[in-house]
Design a protein around this ligand. Sequence first.
Ligand code: AMP
Ligand code: MG
Length: 314
Amino acid sequence: MMNINIEDGIERSIKHLADPRVQSSIKIQSTIRQSLRDSLVRRGFMEISPTLLSPLTDPLNHPVYDPCITVYGEKMWLTKSMIFHKQIAVQQLKKIFIMSPNIRLETEEKASSGRHLFEFTQIDIEELDASREVMMDLAEVMINEALAGVRSANGAELAFLSRACRPFPRPFNKIAFQDAVANYGEKFEERISKEATAPVWIVDIPLKAREFYDREYPDRPGILRDMDLLWPEGYQEALSGGEREFQYEKIMERIRKKEQAEEQFRWFTELAKRGIRMSSGFGIGIERFTRYVCGLEHVGLTNPFPKIPGTVSL
Ligand code: AMP
Ligand code: MG
């Protein structure tokens, strides 16, 4: 049976929902969601349904608890991201996005990072035959449109939170992963983000720091055609994305290099064997976007029912 005190949990939940910071951030998040959707639809992207349960999901590049369930005698996972589903769907649908709920049972120490929930939503975006640079341009435009949208729709909430919320000059600055490590050390994300007053791209992230599925530079083994975007003011990662590997042999080689079980990805690799085309995309976390805009200490303040790692709550 459960060890939690339900009375206390309900009390916490009521207090949370009554918190004016939570109410302001939820209003702002509603504008952000609408604006990001509008930006994508205006540019010809089509919204598709989220997949919640599948025999195939993101392996991630960091440890999480793994809630696998048995469905009709077979294993299925709750979605950690729709990376493979979007790569498959985009072959026919060309330009897609999903408001994708993800379950990632992050380990307990992540509770205090300020950035981690174990249930969150990312807008997952993918375009067929597009390059990384096309996607970076799209991300910058979408972010600026959402910031402008919040500025015009949420003046009262921004004033309450003492936040300015202005679009940023484009293009955003870029720094290669290798240079970031050389100049700022292993904790470069934190340090670059703290120093920055505008978002910063980290590009060319190597395979060792990434999942297997992003595309390698044809002439730079181990370096990927990928990117992360960091929010300024210390809020750290906003999004991750890249060009996707599409050649069967290379995908298999990469799975082996990452020492992952080939069997786990057969729904994808067997399909790739039949031939797929390159696509690019990214996933941007809605709660983290809201946290940055609102200047909040914890991402949980942007969700009516936040799931904090290590804690069971409503
Ligand atoms: P990833 O594919 O791991 O880079 O995730 C895509 C985006 O989702 C990240 O860039 C974050 O904005 C967001 N995200 C990832 N993990 C979490 C988490 N545990 N809690 C809240 N947002 C997250
Ligand atoms: Mg990431």
